[in-house]
Design a protein around this ligand. Structure first.
Ligand code: S3P
Length: 199
């Protein structure tokens, strides 16, 4: 074996070891992040039923807590107020959630939320291509950030602004286009060895 290959293997071991150490300090949750329409809620519900984990969606959590639809919160109080509610929600979940699968909306856009998410569990970025998102979201009327104007342009510009933030927040990146949930879940398990979380 060459010295270069040895060094490469050693570096890989160190990085796996470091990642394991980081993951050991996390709570026992799976956090799903990704663009609107990436399938966080559907995939989250699937994990919840097939792996006996409680499902929490931060949008539903906020809607219930404030007794208002997300689109009404945006219309009445604006995006900043909604982002404050998200930060508060993630803080509350850090105290109350265990062995849950948690779907979060645009939470990773804030620095503080990306830090809090890392404490909350293993963060999985569901990565979906723009063409697919345009198809999935073309009839949607529930997302205020995509309302009016050209849908593709809106998605592209938000994606350009957010992609690096999603990646920064993520422990695992899982591609979703044309894939079965079983395969997506297997990606998560093999990337972070969360089989042990299901004990
Ligand atoms: C948002 C995502 C939405 C919702 C809100 C803002 C975002 O959730 O929280 O419309 O900024 O990405 P979903 O991703 O579940 O649609």
């Amino acid at each position: 074996m060459t010295v270069r290959l040895l060094r490469k293997r050693l570096m890989r071991c160190i990085s796996v070891f470091r990642r394991s150490l980081r993951l050991m300090n996390r709570k026992n949750n799976i956090i799903l992040i990704g663009f609107m329409g990436s399938g966080k809620t559907t995939f989250g519900r699937w994990i919840s039923t097939s792996h006996s984990m409680k499902f929490i969606d931060t949008d539903e959590y906020i809607e219930k807590k404030y007794n208002k639809l997300i689109k009404d919160i945006f219309r009445e109080s604006g995006e900043e107020a909604f982002r404050n509610m998200e930060t508060q929600a993630v803080r509350e979940l850090a105290d109350s959630s265990d062995n849950c699968v948690i779907s979060v909306g645009g939470l990773p856009v804030r620095d503080i939320n990306r830090r809090l998410l890392k404490e909350l569990g293993i963060v999985v970025y569901l990565k979906t291509e723009v063409d697919e998102l345009v198809k999935r979201l073309s009839k949607d009327t529930s997302r205020p950030l995509l309302a009016g104007g050209n849908l593709r342009e809106k998605i592209e510009s938000l994606m350009t602004a957010r992609e690096a933030l999603y990646k920064d927040a993520a422990d695992v990146i899982v591609k979703t286009d044309g894939r079965r949930f079983e395969d997506m879940y297997a990606d998560i398990v093999s990337a972070v060895n969360i089989g042990i979380m299901e004990d």
